[in-house]
Write a protein that binds this ligand. Structure first.
Ligand code: KG4
Ligand code: ZN
Length: 351
């Protein structure tokens, strides 16, 4: 209950402010405990990193520092709520770029400590999975989730809410990273995923034959470095360039190969773990070819499928606040505000 509500003897709806700065988006969102999004602000740094063809960590942290006050202020203004009206804070702890994470964490710690409110530390991959529940709170369990972004490509088994087990993850590049790197190599722009999607839309996905990576034994891990090397070889052999007449066909074939590799393992996970639902999330889940194929796979396996709307696939803070609401609802005690620490690498338990 807020001080004002206490004074007036009324109860205001509980609200949580989420903050996300794990990579190159500065984001803040306010959610009520009923999971209603009061506001969600995402400030992209694409223009800062575009000249370099990828995220420059040092520039990312500096840009977060520059933007965070504005983004949080604008988020509160749009939600028509003051710091006094918030009941808890949530912030991404990792995995991500450590300098960027520390900006969001320090800012959130300052707010929570000053306001004497709980601060919930959030894992970025769990937050991506939570994004599917924003619009579909009743996803049936068990579910298998494919989290596919610029920094991560992982498969999880979800037994129930807040109970996920890692089934496989990339051993080298993430799928989004592979798309970004090929786009960078061809000088097409950053981020590469959306650029490739646009240029590939009229191309022939069967023009260039990519063979799919396969792990030894029955591992559900991914590897995209082989596909990337094969793409670089095609680029070299065909003298592929920005103005090549078959650029669209080449990009469509590469995008198709990435999608096939992603769904190949998902399909094996379905056979092994027999879920009733499939979830697709993370920045690359914005890709139309992937969305379409994913839904086809779910349909042919007679499973329900859930993909967040595009604005909740890429990094945002609504998923961060939503996961905090869920954790607080189930009685999970947040740690002491000043004890929370950021982590650069993946640490979800595989038990
Ligand atoms: O989830 P996200 O915003 O950040 C990380 O957690 O990494 O994902 C960013 C990634 C980038 O690699 C970007 O190229 C990719 O998502 N991406 C796409 C599309 N939109 C964003 N990839 C393919 N098709 C898209 N439409
Ligand atoms: Zn992300």
């Amino acid at each position: 209950m807020t001080r004002k509500a206490k004074e007036e003897g009324t109860r205001s709806p509980m609200a949580v402010l989420g903050i996300e700065t794990s990579c190159d988006e500065t984001a803040a969102a306010v959610l009520t405990v009923e999971r209603k999004i009061l506001s969600s602000v995402v400030l992209s740094q694409d223009e800062v990193h575009a000249p370099y063809g990828g995220v420059v960590p040092e520039l990312a942290s500096r840009q977060h520092l520059h933007s965070i006050g504005y983004v949080v202020g604008e988020c509160l203004r749009r939600a028509a709520i003051s710091l006094d009206g918030l009941d808890a804070y949530a912030v991404t702890l990792g995995p991500g770029l450590i300098g960027s994470l520390l900006v969001g964490l320090s800012f959130a710690k300052g707010l929570a400590y000053y306001c004497q409110k709980p601060l919930v530390g959030i894992d970025h991959l769990e937050a991506h999975m939570e994004s599917a529940f924003l619009e579909h709170p009743d996803i049936p369990f068990p579910a298998v989730a494919l989290v596919v972004s610029g920094g991560h490509t992982s498969l999880f088994f979800l037994k129930k809410r807040l109970d996920s087990k890692l089934l496989g993850r990339t051993r080298d590049d993430a799928a989004g990273e592979a798309l970004d790197k090929i786009a960078k190599f061809l000088g097409l722009g950053y981020p590469g995923g959306p650029v490739i999607e646009k240029m590939a839309s009229a191309g022939d996905p069967e023009k260039f034959a990519f063979s799919l990576p396969r792990m030894k034994n029955s591992s559900l891990d991914y590897s995209f470095s082989g596909l990337k090397t094969a793409a670089l070889k095609w680029i070299d052999e065909t003298k592929m360039s920005k103005n090549h007449p078959h650029l669209g066909d080449f990009l469509a074939s590469f995008e198709e190969a990435v999608v096939r590799a992603l769904l190949d393992n998902l399909s094996r996970a379905v056979q092994e773990f027999k879920p009733v639902s499939l979830i697709l999330c993370g920045g690359v889940a914005r890709n139309k070819r992937l969305r379409l194929r994913f839904e086809e796979l779910a349909r042919s396996s007679r499973l329900s499928s859930f993909i967040p709307s595009p604005q909740f696939c890429t990094d945002n803070a609504a998923m961060v606040a939503a996961l905090a609401v869920e954790k607080l609802r189930t009685g999970k005690k947040p740690g002491r505000v000043l004890d929370l620490d950021a982590y650069p690498r993946f640490i979800i338990s595989t038990e």
